[in-house]
Write a protein that binds this ligand. Structure first.
Ligand code: ATP
Ligand code: MG
Length: 470
């Protein structure tokens, strides 16, 4: 979709100058350069009028409009900002709307009875408005030497409670397209960093010096890749350049934050498009080091296919409005390591069931240092994996007890995925498909049809050496 811009009645900020040479768009009424809130970023002000940006009030959340109205009536500045505005401009359906305001968290709280302050690194206020919870953030400042802003040795911000103006707030955001402010009172979009043009050009551009911004918060690298997959936009060259080099900084990010970010990346409807971007920008290695090592041994693509199929399955289910569980996706993402280790342990003389149990424990323990999977999911992941050996056993009462396993369905789906990926030959999955729909007599026939030598592990491909990177 083409975006066009323009502005309504001009006004000037005190002390500012219009520089027409820096304002090449015929439809932009004015572009104003102001003092620089940050040493390295030019901040200007474009005002884009409703007739050009085309945002329709009917597409905005009622709750956030009401919150803004109350804040503005109390004399504060308040705007809709972030992904909601970006998505609307791209003609997509926004997931949520964030409010940014000049009111401090305590001032916001005074205005809304049903509100609470949350967050440590940067305080935000959750305001309940009817059925909605609106996230209200105070404009963030960029006081570089403030004692309230602290960075660690790699440049990562660890404490960040500095308030500022709307211009300061814009330059503290990650990408230019995420720093567009919509004022519902006059329907104008304010752009201080060129986000509107970048959206028009389909470009994801980080605000400020890319390396500094990634060092401040390495998760921005994941967000960059997320927006490629989700929005189909391209990374601007300088925004992309440092990512491969700085990817190891993700190891400094808390493993529990990474768990949440991975879900936003791979379990939000665009996983299949996003995963290859993670690989391309070398972001898989700091997150899933063993999986990355096994995938990069290109002689056998079945691990790659297993993950692609799991992502496709997730995207499809989400597009059909069905539920998805992080356990299934993580079971697939870590399976290369489990399967590889399972084979190794069997070759060392462990029994098949025991070898799998050890491989599961080792894989879950090893990866906790990178991405912290909450217990409720890791229990299910292990069950899905351990079912892979249970599903092989089809004699006597075994099939019936496996069928009653609470995770049978996920384990069976996972087995089908392994077959479709080419890891193991087909047959076992089909047997279970039949078994589930069979009556008692047919079940007895199915059990009888299993020859003794079929109740063995499905033959796998020959083992290859893995590059272990632990
Ligand atoms: P989505 O539609 O997926 O929610 P989003 O851009 O709205 O995308 P949020 O996590 O909801 O993502 O963040 C809201 C806004 O907060 C962003 O648009 C951006 O302006 C700002 N933001 C979020 N994370 C960061 C970050 N790590 N660094 C700087 N700004 C950020
Ligand atoms: Mg959002």
């Amino acid at each position: 979709m083409r975006l066009s811009k323009g502005a309504k009645a001009p006004f000037l900020l005190p002390g500012s100058v219009i520089i027409p040479a820096l304002c090449p768009w015929s439809l932009v009424l004015f572009s104003v350069f102001k003092k620089k809130p940050s040493a390295s970023i030019d901040v200007f002000k474009d005002v884009i009028a409703q007739e050009y940006h085309g945002i329709n009030h009917r597409d905005l959340s009622h709750g956030s409009l009401r919150v803004i109205e109350i804040l503005q009536q109390a004399g504060y500045e308040a705007y809709l900002v972030g992904g909601g505005i970006r998505d609307l401009l791209l003609g997509k359906h926004p997931k949520d709307f964030d409010v940014a305001t000049s009111a401090k968290p305590s001032e916001v709280q005074k205005l809304f009875r049903k509100s609470r302050i949350i967050g440590r690194r940067f305080q935000i206020v959750h305001v309940r408005m009817g059925p909605e919870i609106i996230e209200v953030t105070t404009f963030r400042g960029s006081a570089e030497n403030s004692h309230l802003q602290q960075a660690n040795a790699s440049g990562m911000l660890v404490r960040d409670n500095v308030f500022g103006t709307v211009e300061d707030d814009a330059v503290r955001r990650d990408f230019t397209m995420n720093a567009l402010y919509y004022d519902p009172s006059n329907h104008e979009v304010l752009d201080f960093v060129g986000g509107y043009d970048d959206l028009e050009d389909g470009v994801i551009r980080i605000i400020g010096d890319p390396e500094t911004r990634y060092r401040e918060d390495p998760v921005r690298m994941l967000r960059a890749v997320r927006f490629i997959g989700k929005l189909g936009l391209e990374l601007e060259e300088e925004t992309a350049e440092p990512i491969r080099r700085l990817a190891p900084l993700l190891r400094d990010v808390s493993p529990s934050r990474l768990f949440d970010e991975i879900l936003k990346l791979l379990q939000a409807g665009h996983g299949q498009a996003t995963f290859p971007e993670l690989v391309k920008h070398d972001l898989l290695r700091p997150l899933f080091p063993q999986t990355e090592a096994l995938l990069s041994e290109a002689d056998d693509p079945h691990y790659q296919r297993l993950i692609e199929l799991a992502l496709l399955n997730t995207d499809t289910r989400l597009s059909e409005g069905k539920s998805v569980t992080p356990a299934f996706l993580y079971a697939a993402l870590h399976w290369p390591q489990v399967q590889h280790r399972w084979e190794e342990l069997e070759a060392e003389g462990h029994g098949r069931t025991q070898a799998l149990a050890i491989a599961c424990s080792e894989t879950l323990d090893f990866n906790q240092q990178f991405i912290a999977i909450p217990k409720r999911f890791s229990v299910t992941i292990r069950e899905i994996w351990e079912l892979q050996v249970k599903l092989e056993k089809r004699h006597g009462r075994r099939p019936d007890s496996t069928l009653e396993h609470p995770r049978f369905r996920a384990g069976y789906d996972f087995l089908l995925l392994r077959e479709r990926s080419g890891e193991i030959p087909g047959g076992l999955g089909e047997w279970w498909t039949q078994y589930q729909i069979a009556d008692d007599a047919q079940r007895r026939d199915l059990i009888a049809s299993v020859k003794d030598d079929q109740d063995e592990p499905p033959k796998r491909r020959p083992r290859r050496k893995s590059k272990r990177r632990d």
